[in-house]
Design a binder for this molecule. Structure first.
Ligand code: SAH
Ligand code: AVI
Length: 324
């Protein structure tokens, strides 16, 4: 095969403005109970902290999904077939994607979509250097908002939407359905979705995964306040808050909170926000599924689960879903 070297990846940028972000942040902090979208975790430092989380002994998700991908990539590549365009939502450092890029037959293009702009650019440049024969077309966008996909130079035979990491778990049931419908649309006719979904399990394992002994998840959570100080003119004293992660069996999700350790007033973008002692900001929900629950959700969005791969302990699943 002739190796074609593509130029340095050109970024397509479609992010919300800082002013829009501030409006959303203030809405979340004025709500009762207070809540912020987990998408605000991912500034450059947040993305780097997440990378450290993925290597923690307690955080079984990443290594289990990597093992599932490595064990089954031959079958996955067969199902995807030749000359597909691989569109990844929330690509981060594209770690798991490398397994696919090594095995997929004549990929038309790889389109990583992520809100963490600088981290995305660095990951896309590294991938383009490692895989010079694959066109890498990074898109910096909030994938919950409408965004356009760039046109690859090689016409894809089909679109494969890739959504690893169980990032789908970070959305409420309604938002999950909306997002799966966006993916259904982007997969187009004959397309498919390849998705990583974390599975329900005992409370102790789940709470350990989100309360690691080295305190990296706590710092990831608290970095949200540091980010608000850096970028949104906020005055959080980070020492006045602590990380909490608990699993709620109903509805089946790990919740991460930042707990105010005292009554305090904090200024954010010029507005005063009051915290009672013990009051929390919910910063993330990480929903866990049974295979049946996810299958039903995918079905409501117009997908049929074609193949499911899990690890021997059934901690995590990778699912290949066809458009119906
Ligand atoms: N796919 C990687 C990273 C998962 S971390 C893995 O499996 O390890 C979640 C990723 O989704 C981060 O890179 C974060 O920046 C991105 N992300 C979170 N919310 C997003 C949103 N609304 N729009 C675009 N990217 C988002
Ligand atoms: C990206 N997402 C799926 C991670 C999760 O497990 O919900 C983010 C994370 N939060 C704490 N640790 C990791």
């Amino acid at each position: 095969m002739t190796e074609q070297a593509f130029p340095t990846p050109e970024l397509t940028e479609q992010g919300a403005s800082a002013a829009d972000d501030l409006v959303e942040i203030l809405q979340g902090l004025n709500r009762s109970p207070k809540a912020l979208s987990p998408k605000f975790f991912y500034d450059d430092r947040g993305s780097r902290l997440f990378e450290r989380i993925t290597r923690l002994p307690e955080y079984y998700l990443t290594r289990t999904e990597l093992d599932i991908m490595s064990a089954n990539v031959g079958e996955i590549a067969e199902l995807i077939g030749p000359q597909a365009s691989l569109i990844e939502f929330g690509s981060g450092s594209s770690l798991k994607t490398r397994i696919l890029l090594e095995h997929l037959d004549r990929l038309a293009a790889y389109v990583p979509v992520d809100i963490s702009r600088d981290h995305l650019v660095a990951a896309a440049e590294a991938l383009a250097a490692e895989f010079p024969h694959i066109e890498v077309l990074p898109v910096a966008a909030d994938f919950t908002q409408p965004f356009d996909l760039p046109q690859p130079k090689i016409m894809p035979l089909r679109n494969i939407v890739y959504f690893p990491g169980s990032t789908i778990g970070n959305f409420s049931p309604d938002a999950t359905l909306d997002l799966l419908r966006v993916m259904h649309h982007e997969a187009k006719e004959d397309g498919a979705l390849l998705i990583g979904v974390d599975l329900k399990k005992d409370t102790a394992s789940l709470e350990r995964a989100y309360n690691d002994s080295a305190g990296v998840t706590a710092e990831f959570n608290l970095n949200l306040l540091r980010r608000l100080n850096r970028e949104f003119d906020a005055t959080f004293d980070v020492d006045n808050f602590e990380h909490r992660a608990i699993y709620r069996e109903t509805p089946g999700r790990v919740e991460m909170h930042l707990v105010s350790l005292r009554a305090q007033d904090v200024s954010v973008g010029g507005e005063t926000i009051h915290f009672d002692a013990g009051e929390t900001i919910r910063t993330e929900c990480s929903h866990k599924y049974t295979l049946d629950e996810f299958g039903a959700m995918a079905g409501r969005a117009g997908f049929a689960v074609h193949s499911v791969w899990t690890d021997p302990e059934e901690l995590f699943s990778v699912q290949y879903c066809l458009r119906v």
